[in-house]
Design a protein around this ligand. Structure first.
Ligand code: PLP
Length: 371
């Protein structure tokens, strides 16, 4: 059985978890503080880094602490994980499904602009398949219409853009450290923001809105007399999670090299097959979280999906467009490219423990069955 995606954790992560257990304190403390500092250093940014319990929480708190809520609208590509949509609707705001460009599957900025209304407060571009080279169009639009930007960078931890790590620049960038992402902390996420006031609000909001509780917990204390100024959540990261995340961050070169190597082999091997195409991405900058391919037609996609399944090779479809889901369905919303791509897309296995033999099996099956 070849898995579609898989975490890569081992003895080092086990030891780190054991060390936290031996310390007899499992909540948010020194490990989270160190993980935040190490992330900041890794990204090489002056921006604030705030760790939370999931990538979805990172998105939710960013929106909420920007003051986005009922009556507001947030532009988001339909072709994303449902987490992006749920984070928006959790605030009471309405996610407005936007179409994508058929070459990069990045949000189509013209469609986004058409869907702007007086209620539009923010735009949430998704770094689909870890790519965000078109982000500057988003910031340009945001500036023109006075919108906040929340980048769903769940796929792109550790990538660079023009030589700088994702999170180095921008308004607010959210990462996920769930089990199958570029690095994991078991479950986890982080907000990176250039807005200091927003950062302080998020720090409180992750701990039930208890004012400055983050500082207390980082110094091993708890607040017994405090004030609360806003709705908060139990969205903080625990020391167990941070300990795993710190080891994974220290293994970043190893993990990212394996991901990049696989994506490069796929790209080379599949290049001359005319019934499918890969995304045109620069794997010297990108650390790929997924490897989707787009077929000439739904027929060939289904054919290869079946062949791989029969051969015990798991595949995926990233993603079912969210405007087609019952909860988000709106008969006025059109995203034809997203729907078309969804009928022709297939994600091939990609994770650090895949070896070259596995990839050869996959590539040979595809080549043989598209002849
Ligand atoms: C994984 C993912 C998320 C959510 O992250 P979690 O840590 O699982 O909550 C959000 N958006 C996208 C595009 C993702 O792939």
């Amino acid at each position: 059985m070849i898995k579609l995606s898989k975490c890569s954790v081992g003895e080092l992560e086990k030891q780190a978890v054991c060390n936290v257990i031996d310390r007899n304190y499992l909540g948010m403390g020194i490990e989270v503080k160190l993980f935040e500092e190490e992330l900041k250093e890794f990204i090489n940014t002056e921006n604030e880094v705030i760790c939370v319990n999931t990538g979805t929480s990172a998105l939710h708190l960013s929106l909420l602490c920007m003051g986005i809520g009922p009556g507001d609208e947030v532009l988001v590509p339909s072709l994303t994980y449902v987490a992006s949509f749920q984070a928006i609707s959790a605030t009471g705001a309405k996610p407005i499904a936007c179409d994508i460009k058929k070459e990069s599957l990045f949000i189509n900025i013209n469609d986004a602009e058409r869907k702007i209304t007086k209620r539009t407060k923010a735009i949430m571009p998704v770094h689909y398949a870890s790519n965000s080279v078109e982000i500057y169009e988003v910031y340009h639009l945001a500036k023109e219409y006075n919108l906040r930007v929340i980048e769903d960078a769940a796929h792109s931890f550790g990538c660079t853009r023009n030589g700088n790590r994702i999170g180095f620049e921008g308004d607010t960038i959210c990462f996920s450290f769930d089990g199958i992402k570029n690095i994991t902390s078991g479950e986890g996420g982080a907000v990176v923001t250039s807005d200091l006031q927003l950062a302080n609000k998020i720090k409180d909001a992750r701990l039930l809105g208890v004012h400055k509780d983050t500082e207390m917990r980082f110094s091993g204390q708890r607040s017994w007399k405090f004030d609360v100024n806003s709705q908060g959540f139990r969205y903080h990261m625990s020391d167990i999670m941070a300990a795993i995340g710190r080891v994974q961050l220290s293994r970043f070169i190893e993990l990212s090299n394996m991901r990049r190597k696989i994506a490069k082999i796929y790209t080379t091997e599949l290049k001359n097959i005319n019934k499918l195409k890969s995304l045109n991405l620069n794997y010297d900058e990108i650390v790929p979280h997924i490897y989707p391919v787009i077929f000439e037609s739904e027929y060939y996609r289904n054919k290869i999906e079946n062949v791989l399944t029969v051969n015990e090779i798991e595949t995926g479809k990233h993603y079912q467009p969210n405007h087609m889901l019952n909860f988000y369905y709106d008969d006025k919303i059109r995203c034809p490219v997203s729907e078309n791509i969804y009928s022709k897309i297939l994600t091939l296995p990609l994770h650090p423990s895949l070896n070259e033999e596995n990839i050869k099996i996959i590539v040979d099956l595809i080549k043989f069955n598209l002849k």
